[in-house]
Design a protein around this ligand. Structure first.
Ligand code: NAP
Length: 255
């Protein structure tokens, strides 16, 4: 029995990096997954399982489809959620994963950059939850997973806008958890440590080495390590878990 059999999931920033890892593992666990991104899915598109196929035990296999959505686009969110409901008959899981890095300290941070980062990392999460909650209600409940960061809980020098947004994601997740708890809609945050993705590959070697050196396990991890935690939060195994922070960071925050 797959852990997400029969569930319908929407994952943002799902063409590559952590979002891709989540989308692929969700599909492998039986979910019908729509992965949306600003990136053109052409060339990145693939599928895990197959629509309508079945496993040896008769369980319906998962599926993975790609679509376009800029998470700052309010109208785009409405279209995306409607399309998922129409195609799959409902929505059970939203993963707000799309995010952008930002590295400037307060004194060097331009307001345009501040606005850009808040737009994607914070407003995008708000718009996603707002668009999805009516659909989750129609499904009789569901699971929202918001990808924060170790930098939502701990400060390091610089990266003001990024840390501000990732802290806000924790607050917004708790707010959603207690606001909708009575409607069987759960909301939890995931705090990854250093994960090997295009985002971290684009960072300076010095930045990456500093984070990994501060990680008690002495290494980074792969998108799959985050995806396994998300499968738990998306599945009925976590039916009593809401408003929590799942830290997956090799011990970074335990120091
Ligand atoms: P990534 O490699 O850059 O992948 C993120 C994906 O989201 C990219 O395809 C990106 O497209 C897309 N995206 C950016 N802006 C978007 C928008 N407005 N609407 C829709 N999609 C958009 O990043 P990642 O490392 O996988 O990170 C995923 C999430 O985990 C982010 O929220 C990040 O803050 C968080 N996180 C990552 C790490 C880590 O070590 N990697 C650690 C803690 C938290 P573009 O490439 O065109 O921007």
């Amino acid at each position: 029995m797959q852990r997400l059999s029969g569930k319908v999931a929407l994952v943002t920033g799902g063409v590559r990096g952590i979002g891709r890892g989540i989308a692929e593992l969700f599909a492998a666990e039986g979910a019908a997954v729509t992965a949306v991104d600003v990136l053109d899915p052409a060339g990145s598109a693939g599928s895990t399982g197959g629509v309508g196929q079945a496993d040896a035990d008769g369980t319906a296999a998962g599926s993975l489809e790609f679509g376009r959505l800029d998470v700052t686009d309010e109208a785009g969110w409405a279209r995306t959620v409607a399309a998922v409901e129409e195609r799959h008959g409902g929505l059970d899981i939203l993963v707000n994963n799309a995010g952008v890095g930002s590295y400037e300290a307060i004194h060097e941070l331009a307001q345009d950059e501040w606005n850009r980062v808040l737009g994607v990392n914070q407003t995008g999460v708000f718009l996603g939850m707002r668009a999805a909650i009516p659909a989750l209600r129609r499904s009789g409940g569901g699971s929202v997973i918001n990808i924060s960061s170790i930098y939502g809980a701990a400060a390091v020098p610089g990266s003001l806008a990024y840390q501000a947004t990732k802290g806000a994601v924790l607050s917004m997740t708790r707010n959603a958890a207690i606001t909708y708890a009575g409607e069987n809609i759960r909301a939890n945050a995931v705090l990854p440590g250093w994960i090997r993705t295009p985002m971290t590959e684009a960072q300076t070697r010095e930045f990456n080495d500093t984070v990994i050196a501060s990680t008690p396990m002495g290494r980074g991890a792969d998108p799959r390590d985050i995806a396994y935690g998300c499968v738990y939060l998306a599945s009925d195994e976590s039916s009593y878990v809401t408003g929590t922070d799942l830290v997956i960071d090799g011990g970074f925050l335990a120091r």
